[in-house]
Write a new protein. Sequence first.
Length: 166
Amino acid sequence: MDLDTALTGKPAEGASATEILRADHAEARRLFAEYRSAADDAHARGVIAQSLCMQLELHDAIERDVFYPALRQIAAEWTRRANEAHEKIAAAVERVRSGADNGGPLDHAIDALENLVEAHVRDEEEHVFPKVEAQRDFSSGELGRALIRRKEELTRSTSYFEGPAT
């Protein structure tokens, strides 16, 4: 995956961690909607499903590698539950990915994935992000920059040559 694909819809340089993660959530919701709107095109649905899987895997990695470790000090129990939710989502992503690879029906797998993702996103956006945004240490763009750096590492970004991600 290239950086442009990985960072679709991302906020500008210096964005907070919650702004970046909310943009990821919006991109996942957009891909779920795009999948549903391609009801008559099995090939397009397979491509969209694979894109959705890549987006969710990338999001999973930056949250688990950067965001959750930083959050442990203010929301340790929630972080544990979030990691458990990520395990369930990762298993659902694998079911979607294997179904798309085999040309099988994806609707049930996509529906199950969407339900898991939406419940987790709602929990983050309604309960955790407000706590994070209230903390002075987390309100700066440093955690956001760390998320972007990790995303660039994972996508093997050429930002060194092209400039910072936006």
